[in-house]
Design a protein around this ligand. Structure first.
Ligand code: C2E
Ligand code: MG
Ligand code: MG
Ligand code: MG
Length: 291
């Protein structure tokens, strides 16, 4: 097998990178430079309350604006960032950016919850709650406005330690969500002990639920499971109106997907929000006499 080239794109596609290899050192150097040279971008995707149609939050998703390769999606560097531990720096950057954008939106009169993705390494970082406290002390976003999305596998990596970190974050007032629910290995015995607010149904189930009866059943039972545990449930990957209607009929609380809004550069979010809200408000006034 040939050595991976030191070029970023090639390295990023190979799942097993020897962390001591020249190629991986070079990618790590590039990632560090990405932060130092301001090449990371915060994208935001709206989360919609299904009953009211209102935007209730935004998920923060990272992109890498590479000087030669253009916009690189997270799946091409997040796994590497996790392997090398660089993810902690990346998560720090995301939280910082979210805090600034939150404050900016607040100045414009918009109050939304921000959801940030955490990885295993973040959960194992015992200083994470303290780092967060320091950030909140500086102003900007407050813990009640933040939701942390964690996958089942990230928790199951070291459940005892994850539980400890999550309990501290919960005590600080942050909301916790299980991301991509149904795709990882998890144990309901652990899940029930976690101080959770939300389950997110993985888009692989949602996208096929109209045509695949098994997926429909999985989505329905996940919604029921979440509600029985007192959790809010959010469906990802809503791409068409039929899926929206189906989820609404199943009493899914929130939805995210291309049908409503794709992830967009953080600076575009306020304008998108106006476009979303204005027609709704208009409809409400026009139909008010009839309802
Ligand atoms: P995720 O947290 O499950 O995020 C949802 C992914 O689904 C996003 O992909 C989003 O663009 C995509 N998506 C949303 N709606 C639709 C839809 O209707 N159809 C389709 N086909 N896709 C949809 P993205 O931005 O490429 O992110 C992929 C994954 O990378 C995320 O999955 C998350 O696990 C990870 N990720 C992204 N940003 C970060 C970050 O800042 N930190 C960490 N640790 N992970 C991140
Ligand atoms: Mg997520
Ligand atoms: Mg997800
Ligand atoms: Mg996902």
């Amino acid at each position: 097998k040939s050595q991976p080239s030191h070029e970023v794109g090639v390295v990023m596609y190979s799942p097993q990178i020897d962390s001591s290899s020249e190629a991986s050192l070079s990618l790590l150097t590039e990632l560090r430079a990405a932060v130092a040279q301001d090449q990371l971008r915060l994208y935001l995707q709206p989360k919609i309350a299904m009953a009211s149609g209102e935007v209730v939050g935004a998920e923060a998703l990272v992109r890498w604006q590479h000087p030669q390769r253009g916009m690189i999606p997270p799946m091409q560097f997040i796994p590497f960032a996790e392997q090398t531990g660089f993810i902690r720096e990346l998560t720090g950057w995301m939280i910082e950016r979210c805090s600034m954008r939150y404050a900016e939106l607040q100045r414009q009169g918009v109050e939304l919850k921000f959801a940030i993705n955490l990885s295993t390494r973040d959960l194992l970082d015992q200083h994470l709650p303290t780092k967060m406290e320091r950030l909140f002390a500086r102003g900007g976003v407050q813990p009640q406005a933040l939701c942390l999305e964690i996958t089942e596998s990230a928790i199951m990596d070291d459940p005892a330690r994850a539980l400890q970190t999550l309990q501290r974050l919960h005590a600080m007032g942050l909301r916790l969500s299980i991301d991509d629910f149904g795709t990882g290995y998890s144990s309901l015995a652990y899940l029930k002990r976690l101080p959770l607010h939300e389950l997110k149904i993985d888009r692989s189930f949602v996208m096929a639920m109209e045509t695949d009866r098994a997926d429909l059943k999985i989505v329905r039972s996940t919604i029921d499971l979440a509600h029985n545990l007192g959790l809010t449930v959010c469906a990802e990957g809503v791409e068409n109106a039929q899926t929206w209607a189906l989820l609404k009929a199943l009493h899914c609380d929130e939805a995210q997907g291309y049908l409503m809004g794709k992830p967009m550069p953080e600076a575009d979010f306020a304008d998108w929000l106006l476009d979303w809200t204005a027609p709704q408000a208009r409809l409400r006034t026009e139909f008010a006499p009839f309802v």
